[in-house]
Design a protein around this ligand. Structure first.
Ligand code: C5P
Length: 219
């Protein structure tokens, strides 16, 4: 009998885009589908973990046995994650969180005034969920993600140090958002290794096996 890799472990994961409202009918979002995060949630559950998935607006079914919390904005994602984080063994941040949001969201739909002028939207920075969890006094093992359009390895290395997380996973892409296949670049303090091109569920299983080894080696 082989005990499951993450039996008795608690894993919290963010997935999907965020939606930052401009007014009641408009907002700023991105092309993240949530597929990679949902695949990791499913793989972690299969590996025996107790999984909580905090999801931005996506069109995906909840993996069996996973507790799901739906949110819209980065601030709502932050508010859902931070109270749960201290009790977790693992935190995996796959969400494509908006870096900025409109500083003010209008209560009424913004109307054209007929003058031909366009409104300007002042933006402010969103809280960094991953960096905030990593800065907790006794943080869970934190895994960050990076989607870059160039220089993936260098950006992933820099991001790992900036967010102060042990493991940063780069989407090798190109244009991984919404796709069913990808390859992953795992960057840690020792160096890098690639999980070669495969469907996202297979990648998720390999990544979970890798993370479980790191976690079990720590104890
Ligand atoms: O800084 P950047 O957005 O490139 O970093 C990506 C990583 O940080 C991802 O793991 C993402 O989920 C996480 N992140 C976050 N909160 C933010 C911005 C990014 O958790 N506000």
């Amino acid at each position: 009998f082989q005990p499951k890799l993450l039996a008795g472990r608690k894993l919290l994961i963010t997935a999907g885009p965020t939606f930052e409202p401009i007014d009641p009918v408009r907002g700023i979002t991105n092309l993240s589908s949530g597929k990679m995060g949902f695949a990791i949630a499913r793989a972690a559950r299969e590996a025996g973990a107790e999984v909580t998935l905090v999801a931005g607006p996506v069109h995906l079914a909840t993996p069996r046995g996973v507790t799901r919390i739906d949110v819209q904005s980065a601030q709502q994602m932050f508010d859902a994650v931070l109270p749960l984080a201290p009790a977790q063994d693992l935190f995996v941040a796959t969400a494509a969180v908006a870096d900025w949001r409109p500083a003010q969201s209008s209560a009424q739909k913004i109307k054209k005034d007929g003058s031909g002028s366009a409104p300007s939207i002042a933006m402010c920075e969103n809280p960094d969920i991953l960096a905030s969890v990593a800065a907790l006094p006794a943080p869970p093992f934190c895994v960050g993600f990076a989607a870059e359009s160039e220089n993936l390895a260098a950006h992933a290395r820099a991001k790992r140090l900036r967010k102060k997380v042990p493991l940063l996973v780069g989407n090798v892409g190109p244009a991984t958002f919404g796709q069913d296949h990808n390859a992953l670049l795992l960057v840690d303090a020792e160096g890098e290794r690639e999980i070669p091109h495969n469907d996202k569920q297979s990648l998720a299983r390999e990544l979970i096996a890798d993370i479980a080894r790191r976690l079990n080696a720590k104890q």
